[in-house]
Design a protein around this ligand. Structure first.
Ligand code: SF4
Length: 480
C-alpha cells in the first residue's frame, strides 16, 4: 500500500477554482505574463488531485467530451495525480491540448494501444465491477514492461541471502536509497518509469529505517554518492526527511560518503515546498546542516520544459535552495508532445544557467509505461541534442546525452558516422555495471526508427556488443 503523509490526502473540495496566489495571463507573442501574489493571497496548501476529481477541475469542462472520456479510461491503467499549482499556474489552458505541461500531467488516449484502449473504454462505459475490470487492467499493465533495466533482478543488494530494503546499487560509486515515506510525488509525470509503483505494482523495496543502509555503506567504502529517491523525497515532511538525512552526516559508516543527492520534481510541481509550506524554513535549515557537514548536496531536479521555470515562486525556491548551499542539477528525457524540439531544450538550458541550475542529463524516454506516446527515435533525439547544444554558451554545455538508462548502464548516443562504408551509431557508456565499460566507444548499425538499445544491432558484422556476454553472466548469477 502507498504510504503518504497526512497532509497529502484529498480533502474532497472543489479543485482548480481558487488560484494559489500567482496568476497567469497571455502576453504579447504568446508569452506567459505572470503576476506576483497579491498581499491578501492565502498561503497555498498542498492537496493531491486524482482521477476521482476530474469532474471538479473546471478547466477540463471546456475540453471535447472524447478527451474527457479518454482521460477517465487511461487513468484506470496509468497513474494520475496533480495539484492546484500545476493546474492553475503551469498549464497554459489557452494552448491545450498542445500545452506541454498539460501533456506532462494529464492522461491522453494515445498512451494506450488501440485495442487496450477499447477494452478499458468498454469497462468504463459499462461501469464494470472491479472483479471484472481488475484482471483486464492488470494484464495491460503487465504488458507495459513495469520493471525495466533489470531493476528487480540486478540492482538490489542482499545481506545474508535476503534483499536489503530500500537500496539499489547499480554503479560502483552510487547507491540509491528509497525511503518508504517518499514514494509518491506532488504530481505524476505521464511518462515516468516509476508509474508501476504508483498503481501498486511496486517492487516493495522501500525502507522505513536507515540501519540497513548504514550497514551497507559501512561495508562498501567504494560508494561515494548516495541518491535519495522516490517517488519524490521532498514529499516528506521535514521532520521525516531529517530522520533519514541526519544520521548520514556523521559516523564511521558514512565518512566516505562525499555527496548526497536528492531526486525531486517538487521544485516545479510544488515549489511552495521550499517557500511557503509551514515547514519550508525547517527544510532549508536541514539542507544547510547537510552542507555544513562537508558533504556535497545536490538537488537532482526533473525539469522537462522551460515553462516550468517561469513562475516567481519557482525562482524564489531556486534562490532559497542555492542560498542553503545546494547545487541544483537538472535532467529530463526527450519526449514527444512535450519537448521534442531543439528550441525548447535551448531555452530550457539557457533559463537553467540564468537561474544558477546546472544542466546535467538529457535522457532517452525509457522502455516502459506510455512509451508508445512519448518515444522519439534515437536519431531524432540525437539531432535535437546537437541542434540545441550548438546554440547555447559553454556554461550550458555541461549537459550529457542523449543517454539511455538501460540494463547494462547509461549509454550515450554520441553521433552517427559512416565508417568503412557502413552508416553507424557511435555509442559509449557514461555509466556501466562494469566500470571498465565506461567511455569505451562501440558501434551499432544505423536504424532511423530505433528508440532503445535493445533495438540496435552490432555494426561491422559483429554478432554481439562487447559487453553482452559479461552482462548475460551478471544476470545469470543474480539472486533469484
Ligand atoms: S519523473 Fe519524478 S516527479 Fe515525475 S512522476 Fe516520476 S518520480 Fe514523480
Amino acid at each position: 500500500m502507498e504510504i503518504i503523509d497526512a497532509h497529502l490526502l484529498d480533502q474532497g473540495e472543489p479543485v482548480g477554482a481558487k488560484p494559489s496566489g500567482v496568476r497567469i495571463a497571455r502576453g504579447p507573442h504568446g508569452s506567459n505574463v505572470r503576476h506576483q501574489p497579491t498581499p491578501q493571497a492565502p498561503v497555498p496548501r498542498y492537496r493531491a488531485i486524482t482521477e476521482r476529481h476530474f469532474d471538479r477541475i473546471p478547466q477540463l469542462a471546456s475540453l471535447p467530451g472524447d478527451d474527457q472520456f479518454a482521460m477517465r479510461v487511461v487513468s484506470r491503467v496509468l497513474p494520475f495525480r496533480t495539484n492546484r499549482y500545476v493546474i492553475d499556474e503551469l498549464v497554459d489552458w489557452s494552448q491545450v491540448p498542445d500545452d506541454p505541461i498539460y501533456q506532462l500531467t494529464f492522461p491522453q488516449a494515445g498512451m494506450l494501444g488501440e485495442d487496450e484502449f477499447r477494452r478499458v473504454a468498454d469497462l468504463v462505459t459499462r461501469n464494470a465491477s472491479s472483479g471484472e475490470a481488475t484482471p483486464v487492467i492488470q494484464a495491460i499493465r503487465d504488458g507495459l514492461n513495469p520493471h525495466p533495466a533489470g531493476q528487480r533482478e540486478l540492482n538490489i543488494p542482499h545481506e545474508g541471502g535476503d534483499p536489503l530494503a530500500g537500496i539499489q546499487h547499480k554503479y560502483r560509486e552510487t547507491v540509491l536509497f528509497f525511503p518508504s515515506r517518499g514514494q509518491t510525488c506532488h504530481a505524476y509525470c505521464t511518462f515516468c518509469f516509476r508509474w508501476a509503483q504508483f498503481v501498486g505494482n511496486s517492487m516493495k523495496i522501500y525502507a522505513k529505517q536507515t540501519d540497513g543502509l548504514h550497514r551497507y555503506l559501512g561495508a562498501h567504502p567504494e560508494v561515494t554518492d548516495l541518491l535519495i529517491t522516490g517517488g519524490d523525497p521532498m514529499i516528506m515532511r521535514t521532520s521525516v526527511l531529517s530522520r533519514y538525512l541526519l544520521p548520514l552526516l556523521d559516523g564511521p559508516e558514512t565518512a566516505h560518503l562525499e555527496s548526497i543527492r536528492i531526486g525531486t520534481k517538487a521544485l516545479t510541481f510544488w515549489p511552495h515546498r521550499f517557500v511557503n509550506d509551514d515547514d519550508a524554513d525547517d527544510l532549508l535549515r536541514l539542507l544547510e546542516k547537510v552542507v555544513a557537514s562537508g558533504k556535497h548536496l545536490a538537488i537532482m531536479a526533473h525539469l522537462n520544459h522551460w515553462q516550468e521555470l517561469s513562475t516567481p515562486v519557482v525562482r524564489t525556491a531556486i534562490r532559497r535552495l542555492r542560498d542553503a548551499g545546494a547545487v541544483i542539477r537538472a535532467q529530463a528525457p526527450v519526449l514527444a508532445h512535450i519537448n521534442d524540439d531543439a528550441d525548447v531544450w535551448r531555452r530550457l538550458w539557457e533559463d537553467e544557467v540564468h537561474l544558477g541550475v546546472v544542466p546535467y542529463y538529457m535522457f532517452v524516454e525509457r522502455d516502459t509505461g506510455a512509451r508508445r506516446y512519448f518515444e522519439v527515435p534515437l536519431e531524432r533525439t540525437r539531432q535535437i541534442y546537437t541542434d540545441a547544444i550548438a546554440k547555447v554558451s559553454g556554461l550550458a554545455r555541461t549537459v550529457r546525452g542523449p543517454s539511455m538508462s538501460a540494463g547494462p548502464g547509461k549509454v550515450e548516443v554520441v553521433g552517427v558516422q559512416e565508417i568503412r562504408g557502413e552508416k553507424v551509431f557511435v555509442l559509449r557508456f557514461l555509466q556501466g555495471r562494469n566500470p571498465d565499460w565506461v567511455g569505451r566507444p562501440f558501434f551499432a548499425k544505423f536504424d532511423p526508427q530505433a528508440t532503445w538499445l535493445d533495438q540496435l544491432e552490432p555494426a561491422f558484422g559483429d554478432e554481439r556488443f562487447f559487453f553482452e556476454d559479461e552482462y548475460d553472466a551478471m544476470r545469470r548469477s543474480a539472486p533469484a
